[in-house]
Structure formats: structure tokens, C-alpha cells
Write a protein that binds this ligand. Structure first.
Ligand SMILES: Nc1ncnc2c1ncn2[C@@H]1O[C@H](COP(=O)(O)OP(=O)(O)OP(=O)(O)O)[C@@H](O)[C@H]1O
Ligand SMILES: [Mg+2]
Length: 501
């Protein structure tokens, strides 16, 4: 039997599985009903059982506080961060900090870490892959946004591994889309990949030369995607409802959840037509609600978000050192690039190089499967990825000393010398980000350097990011020519940074 390998795109709103058989073309793995994507939604019933995907949406309509959506936005994130606090305002379920100040979801009297919820989704995708292909073991390349740091990538990797998926590699989403597009690129083509999905914006500029995909710069935003368009549109519909009924739909979570589901449908329809009318029977206190919406009004509501996305794309292009005129193609990826305003604004900014060469919602999974199929073969592709954010430590004033700069080609490393001053161990916190002070960056791990009863004066500490952007730390005592024992723990909440200096 020829070997099967899979590509799994774990999305904020929808997840997709693709398979590559015997090195042939990749194809999307369909569910039993012919569906090509699985909603990234998990519903926890009162009795503790859970349901994933389309069924979770229908089961959860009446219990929005038990229906977990958009969990990718919480993976590997500390509770006291802006990303989390902003997201918390938009969801009907409860999140709280765990004892390390990381996010956990509360459903009734149970707590569910985001990683466990992600594992539930990966398990559903694994079962889909097994049922459709007869494979007994799922070996896969999984994907993560390019701007995700080390903690988030590790979180996704761990969630898939717990779902008994044999993870070959974590590939960045735009790079996977680039692989799906690759064969059609002319030699040396310079491409900007604009991936606007349900939850995140991911921008990558790269050069494709046959089987070499050289990433030049990456950037993005963790809270910019279709969900934010839905929220903007929902606010408008809420005011229409208030005028019609005198009632605030936000006070009634079940009605609000119904409205949000309808909002997403209306938004999609407005990509094709200029005007949508919809009646929601008995939405509030038995009253029917009639909604009217136009594309022009949607565009007004989301124009600031779209401008922000364009600005990020311009910044990434600038970081890549490529001029606008030299760019050969702008590849549209992600469901939200179907929004006409997004396309229009991109065309105004970058000219007529917009390309629909790949399927916006399937390219990432297909590229990941294709890449998986070439791993370990003579057809292996070379992906020269870059570090999405600078990695460093704090100086005595709490300023960030960057040891590896953002957009360095992976793998990469940076070193610094540390004095022990007679101590038996030293602790260091490793940060990721571009801000001047470490408190405004993200703590991604804590290192314990241990000298084991053999005192050291000073050691050379090396921080390394591997080909997938995973960060590790090692320490070397040059005077005695030995490697020090290190413990690197990745779960450090951001607020610990204060005592670490
Ligand atoms: N025709 C359409 N018009 C407007 N928006 C659409 C359309 N089709 C899909 N979308 C939106 O695209 C988003 C889903 O896209 P996609 O599947 O690429 O995202 P994802 O992979 O779940 O998210 P991410 O990549 O950010 O983690 C949803 O917000 C959905 O509403
Ligand atoms: Mg996606």
C-alpha cells in the first residue's frame, strides 16, 4: 500500500484536512456528508461529553456559554494580554486565568485549557482522515500562522500530538499556501501572500525558485479576521433590533448567538449581492425581527479593519526589501479575501497583481499535505522560513536585549555571557517581541541554569530558534569546557517578567 501523509490546517473558524497519496497531487479529505471543512467549534454538554464541528454549532445554539469558538486565539497566551482581553469581550463563554496566569475556559464547574479544546478539534480531524482513507495512523504536517511565536506554535504541536497525530512538522500557513501554488510560479517569482482568515491576518513576502521557497519577511495580526468583520456587522444589526423592538439583544445570550450565526451568513452573501433582507422569527420575547443590510454599510463598518490589514501588508513588504513595482504576484488566501472591499483596497494599493491561483480556504491544508509527501524524499523542498519576532532577554533596567532579530532566516541563534557571581543556579526569562521594555513583550520561557556543585564564574548562553521557529536555550562554561545543565520551561505568564530581572 502506498503511504498516506496528511496536511492539517487548524483554523480559527474552520479546519481542513488534505491527503497526499504516493506522492501524487494532494486532495481535500471530505466528511461523511461531503463537507470539505470542519467548523473549529466544540460544545460541552452538561454530562461532560463533547461534540465537535457542525453538530457543535447546532447543539450549542441554545447554550452559547457551553459552545467554544475561536479557541486558536487563546492557545499559548497569557490571560493578562491585550489580545486575550479584547477577545474576551466578543465571546459568550467564560475565560479566566489558571494558576500560571494562562487562559482557561470555564464551562459550568469544569475548566478546559485551550490546548485540550484544540485537541478535541484535532481528534475530530484525525477521525475524519481515518474514516475517509482507512489509514490507521495519521502522520501529518500541521500549520500555524507565520506571526505565531514559539509558545503558540508549541501549543498547537502539543494539541495535535495529544490527539495521537504523528506531527512531522509545523509549517507556517502562508508558506503552506506558497507550496500549493509553487509549481505555477516562474523562476525567481516574488510573491506577497495575503492570508486573511477567520481569526488572523498573516502576511508573508517570499521568493520562489523551483523547490526553494525563501521567506523574506513575515507579519500579521492575531485579532484581525472574519470574526472581527462579523462583530462589526453584528453591532449594526443590534442597533436595528433595538430600534424595532426596544430590546437589547446582547442581554439575551441565546438570541445573540442566533444573531451572530445569521450575521456571518449575511456577510458572506454580501460578497455576491449588494443587499440582503432576513427575518429572524421569534428572536426576542416572541417577536420576529426583520434585518436589512447593504454591502455599502458593511464596507463602512469594516473599512478601518481593512485599512489596518493593508497597512500591515505594506510594512511586511517594506521589511522584505522588495519594492512594490518588483512584486510579481499577490496571492489571496483565507476566506475573508472574498470580501470585495478587501480585494478592491489591495488592488488600489498593489496594482493588478492579485491572484486567485489557489483555493482561499483549501490551499493551506493542500500545501501542507504536499510538503509532507516530499519530506525525506529526493524531491524535498527547501523552505527558508524566518523568525516572526525578535527573541531576547532583559537587562538590569528591564530593557529588551534582542539576541536574535525578527525576520532572521531560520534556523538562527544568538549568544550572550552571563555572570554567576558564586551562585549555584541562575534563572532567565526569554522574551519575544519588538518593544523597548520586556514587560511590553511576551515571555516565552524560563531557563534554569544549574551548575551542580561545581561553581562557574560565567557561562555563554545561546538561544536558538530551529527550522520551525521553536526556541531552545543552552549554556556553555568555556573555562571548564563543559555544557551546563539547563531546564527550559515554556509556560511563563507575562506578569512574571517583573521579578525575573
Ligand atoms: N464568501 C465569503 N465572503 C466573506 N467572508 C467569507 C466568505 N467565505 C468565507 N468567509 C469568511 O472567511 C472566514 C474563514 O476563512 P478561513 O477558513 O480561511 O479561516 P480560518 O482558517 O478558520 O482562520 P485563520 O486562518 O485566521 O485561523 C470566516 O470568517 C468566514 O466568514
Ligand atoms: Mg486559515
Amino acid at each position: 500500500m502506498s503511504e498516506l501523509v496528511f496536511g492539517i490546517d487548524f483554523g480559527t473558524t474552520y479546519s481542513t484536512v488534505a491527503v497526499c497519496e504516493g506522492g501524487g497531487a494532494a486532495r481535500v479529505v471530505e466528511g461523511a456528508g461531503g463537507d470539505r471543512v470542519t467548523p473549529s467549534v466544540v460544545y460541552y454538554a452538561q454530562d461532560g461529553s463533547r461534540v465537535v464541528g457542525e453538530h457543535a454549532i447546532s447543539r450549542g445554539v441554545l447554550e452559547p456559554d457551553r459552545t467554544i469558538t475561536g479557541i486558536k486565539r487563546l492557545i499559548g497566551r497569557a490571560f493578562d494580554t491585550r489580545v486575550v482581553q479584547d477577545f474576551a469581550k466578543t465571546i459568550p463563554y467564560a475565560i479566566e486565568p489558571d494558576d500560571q496566569r494562562y487562559c482557561v475556559v470555564r464551562v459550568g464547574d469544569r475548566r478546559h485549557p485551550p490546548g485540550e479544546i484544540a485537541t478535541a478539534i484535532f481528534s475530530e480531524l484525525r477521525d475524519r482522515a481515518k474514516a475517509a482513507t482507512g489509514a490507521s495512523v495519521i502522520t501529518a504536517v500541521i500549520t500555524a500562522p507565520a506571526h505565531f511565536g514559539a509558545a503558540e506554535r508549541r501549543g498547537i504541536h502539543a494539541a495535535a500530538t495529544r490527539a495521537e497525530i504523528d506531527v512531522l512538522r509545523v509549517l507556517t500557513e502562508p508558506t503552506a499556501a506558497s507550496v500549493a501554488y509553487g509549481a505555477r510560479a516562474k523562476a525567481g517569482e516574488r510573491v506577497l501572500i495575503f492570508d486573511l482568515g477567520g481569526g488572523t491576518l498573516d502576511v508573508t513576502v517570499l521568493r520562489i525558485d523551483e523547490d526553494v521557497h525563501e521567506i523574506l519577511a513575515v507579519g500579521g495580526h492575531p485579532l484581525l479576521g472574519g470574526l472581527d468583520f462579523d462583530n462589526a456587522l453584528c453591532e449594526e444589526l443590534e442597533s436595528q433590533i433595538l430600534v424595532q423592538t426596544g430590546l437589547n439583544v446582547r442581554d439575551q445570550p441565546v438570541a445573540h448567538r442566533r444573531l451572530l450565526l445569521t450575521t456571518e451568513q449575511i456577510k458572506r452573501e454580501l460578497s455576491d449581492v449588494a443587499h440582503v433582507d432576513r427575518t429572524l422569527p421569534q428572536l426576542l420575547e416572541g417577536k420576529d425581527v426583520r434585518l436589512t443590510y447593504t454591502r455599502a454599510a458593511l464596507e463602512m463598518r469594516i473599512s478601518r479593519l481593512v485599512d489596518r490589514a493593508i497597512e500591515i501588508a505594506q510594512n511586511v513588504l517594506r521589511d522584505s526589501g522588495i519594492h512594490k513595482q518588483e512584486l510579481d504576484r499577490l496571492l489571496l488566501v483565507g476566506g475573508s479575501t472574498r470580501v470585495p472591499l478587501v480585494r478592491r483596497r489591495l488592488e488600489e494599493e498593489f496594482g493588478k497583481i492579485l491572484s486567485h491561483a489557489v483555493h482561499p480556504q483549501e490551499a493551506v491544508a493542500l500545501g501542507a499535505a504536499q510538503f509532507a509527501a516530499t519530506l525525506g524524499t529526493s524531491r524535498a523542498m527547501r523552505l527558508l522560513d524566518v523568525l516572526p519576532a525578535s527573541v531576547g532577554i532583559a537587562d538590569s533596567q528591564g530593557r529588551m536585549i534582542s539576541l536574535i532579530k525578527r525576520n532572521s532566516t531560520l534556523p538562527c541563534e544568538g549568544s550572550f555571557e552571563i555572570e554567576f557571581g558564586g551562585q549555584e543556579s541562575r534563572q532567565l526569562v526569554v522574551f519575544q517581541g519588538e518593544q523597548e521594555f520586556v514587560d511590553d513583550n511576551e515571555a516565552i520561557g524560563m531557563v534554569n541554569l544549574l551548575v551542580d556543585n561545581d561553581p562557574v564564574e560565567r557561562a555563554l548562553v545561546t538561544v536558538r530558534a530551529d527550522g520551525e521557529g521553536m526556541v531552545t536555550v543552552s549554556a556553555f562554561d568555556a573555562a571548564k569546557g563543559r555544557v551546563l545543565r539547563t531546564q527550559f520551561s515554556l509556560r511563563v505568564a507575562q506578569r512574571l517578567s517583573a521579578w525575573a530581572r
